[in-house]
Design a protein around this ligand. Sequence first.
Ligand code: GAR
Length: 221
Amino acid sequence: MTRIVNLGVLASGSGSNLQSLIDNIEKGALPAAIRVLVSNNPSAFALERAKKHGIPTAVIEHGGFARREDYDRRIVDALNDRGVELVVLAGFMRVLSAYFLRSFPMRVMNIHPALLPSFPGTHGQKKAFDYGVKFSGCTVHFVDEGVDTGPIIIQAVVPVCDTDTEETLSRRILKEEHRIYPEAIKLYAEGKLLVEGRKVRILDHPLPEDSPRHNPPVTDF
Ligand code: GAR
């Protein structure tokens, strides 16, 4: 039987990914409960979204801490106080310390707006757009000590069109983010994610279509 997973969501900005988790939980599609929303940014709109849905919030600003670990300790305490099992980074624009990751081993997920390992770090959408790739997308992965280097759980691919701007591409990617993040957390809740070194095996999951996609479409040679 699927259990309810206690989540702690960390967000620095708008929080549209947080919203997609809230919506999926509220409609019964995602067996999880958000125990706390933590932000390093007091003006993050994510805080408003959480409050509107009765989710406890904590603003922990990063200024004034001598070491990254001292700051992370505060967040870890806030998460543990609320009984959080899985930490969900939803546009949290800070790198986590080894201390943090030791506190939640393979229990921190992140969403990145590009097809990792391409275009890690900030502004993944812009980097892919400027590079001229024909496909980009988004990636949910477990967090390790590198920047966007942890084991990949699920990816979605979107085409890049000639008429795109960075903004239209970002919107197309974000729409997929809102689909794959709840899916990844659901798989975790169902106990279907098996981490084997760099690889995440997904138990009892249908195989994807194996038909290749082309952009632009190619002649049927
Ligand atoms: C999302 O596009 C997410 O992939 C990205 O920040 C945005 C947050 O949007 N994260 C990163 O770039 C992390 N390196 P949201 O606040 O509307 O969820």
